[in-house]
Design a protein around this ligand. Structure first.
Ligand code: ATP
Length: 298
């Protein structure tokens, strides 16, 4: 269905029980959350402290957890419920891909990573033969500054966290998805490489037309990367809007607390000014975001 938003999340909620398997007290881990990702590719960040419900929300969008209430539609078609229109699993995995926090857990330790990527291409029916699968893996790896040749025969222990997260991004790109849901994707990556991954996301949005849901507790990367930020507290979205507006004029006390909770607030927000300047420069240079760190480290 063309013209439909990529994702429409409407009043979703998820109940869990706290305090014992039997008779624990029910509570909403995600409570009445709504947002829309438009057809044009965007980065939508969900920011909140530990326990605010970000991962539960991401897992509902990834169809790993069934919502207790509400509906989710992908390109106009339901992800939840039992209607005939519901997107089937293969189609869903081709359209929506995850990137998780720990890249070391994203791949098998006993399989060369290239083999894993080939299997992904074959399982998702992106390739009909091993040769086609190598081609698909190579194309995806090239979009993140690597190549199949460079990773061939290697196992996860032979890569750094940053390199592996880059390979996770390549894995996610194999089916040419419409949406990537990235749950704390840089929190386990070395600080020096963090911005290169964040820049890579922006490049993918602009060059490949993929939308991102970026889940993080880190306001600074959310501010830098996003077109839209939603702040979550105790399962609810307490405010959402353009990052500049939210962070310059936070209307919620909770958002101000989140900002104040950054331990090196002076340094961090000065760093944001630098990021702003760098980003503005990179974007105007040739109309695209370039990835300086990426070139340095690849
Ligand atoms: N399977 C589950 N069973 C019971 N409670 C759960 C389950 N998953 C999450 N919760 C609870 O739901 C709440 C929200 O958790 P969630 O992991 O979504 O938050 P989060 O913001 O992603 O936090 P973190 O960054 O620490 O992962 C927490 O109180 C958590 O303990």
């Amino acid at each position: 269905m063309s013209g439909a938003p990529i994702l429409e999340v409407e009043r979703i909620g998820r109940i869990y029980r706290r305090g014992g398997i039997f008779g624990g007290k029910p509570f909403y881990a995600v409570d009445d959350v709504s947002f829309t990702l438009p057809e044009t590719p965007k980065v939508f960040s969900i920011v909140g402290e530990s326990g605010s419900g970000k991962t539960t929300l991401a897992r509902m969008v990834l169809r790993l957890v069934e919502p207790t209430d509400g509906t989710i539609r992908l390109m106009g078609r339901p992800l939840t419920g039992t209607s005939k229109e519901r997107i089937d699993n293969l189609e869903f995995r081709r359209l929506v891909q995850p990137i998780f926090q720990n890249p070391f857990e994203a791949f098998s330790a006993y399989l060369p990573i290239g083999t894993y990527l080939i299997r992904t291409a074959l399982n998702l029916k992106i390739a009909r033969s091993e040769a086609e699968a190598v081609e698909a893996a190579d194309a995806a790896l090239r979009s993140v500054g690597l190549s199949y040749e460079r990773i061939r025969g290697k196992y996860i222990r032979q890569f750094s966290g940053g390199e592996l997260q880059r390979i996770s991004v390549a894995r996610a790109l194999i089916p040419n998805p419409k949406l990537i849901v990235a749950d704390e994707p840089v929190s386990m990556v070395d600080a020096s490489l963090r911005m290169s991954i964040v820049n890579l996301f922006r490049q993918i949005v602009e060059e490949k037309g993929v939308s991102f849901i970026y889940i993080t507790h880190d306001l600074s990367t959310a501010y830098y990367l996003s077109d839209h930020v939603a702040i979550m507290n105790a399962g609810r979205v307490v405010e959402q809007g353009a990052p500049g507006d939210i962070l310059a004029y936070p209307s919620e006390a909770y958002t101000r607390e989140l900002m104040a909770a950054i331990p090196t607030i002076g340094a961090r927000w000065t760093e944001l000014d630098e990021i702003d300047r760098h980003y503005a420069h990179e974007r105007t240079r040739d109309g695209k975001s370039a990835d300086k760190h990426h070139q340095e480290h690849s």
